[in-house]
Design a protein. Structure first.
Length: 168
């Protein structure tokens, strides 16, 4: 195996996503319009902390400054075994997207009242990626409608299960 390339060595393995953190409230508080995958510019101790599974997307959001997209309020705790080289836990992190994607996001954000919300943070092929959503905030009545729709769907599935078992 000494002569094989890295690609040949990994060809037999299925490389999937290793999810680090999800923003569970995002789908409840926002209507998701479109989803993008972006890379992140990180420091070494941040990656080590993420490999241990430490991160929080609770208050995180993305903004556009000078044609660049920045992720703000993402909390990556300091690496436990780090020293003076440790990072600041809530620093702003640059998101890496293609210029065309950034331009379409800027255009859509200027059109209406949209927000850029991170949905999840994960590893793909050893690289940290963030699933970023173009979203519109929900009002209280929209949230109630979604909950009622979910409850009705759950009741339908429950009833179909009962009929399949011959109990209904």
């Amino acid at each position: 195996m000494a002569g094989q390339s890295k690609q040949a060595k990994t060809a037999g393995k299925k490389i999937g996503r290793k999810i680090i953190a999800t923003n569970r409230k995002a789908r409840h508080n926002y209507s998701i319009i479109e989803v993008f995958e972006a890379g992140m510019a990180l420091q070494g101790t941040e990656v080590k902390s993420l490999r241990e599974g430490h991160a929080s997307l609770v208050d995180a959001f993305a903004t556009i400054d000078d044609g660049e997209i920045w992720l703000r309020n993402l909390h990556i705790p300091e690496y436990q075994h780090g020293s003076w080289t440790n990072h600041e836990p809530r620093r702003n992190r640059k998101l890496l997207l293609h210029r065309r994607q950034i331009d379409t996001l800027i255009g859509k954000l200027r059109e209406g009242n949209f927000a850029l919300v991170p949905l999840s943070l994960y590893f793909t092929d050893g690289k940290v990626k963030v699933e970023l959503a173009l979203a519109r905030g929900k009002h209280a009545h929209d949230k109630r409608q979604d909950m009622a729709r979910r409850d009705a769907q759950r009741e339908v599935v429950r009833e179909l299960g009962r009929r399949a078992k011959g109990m209904g």
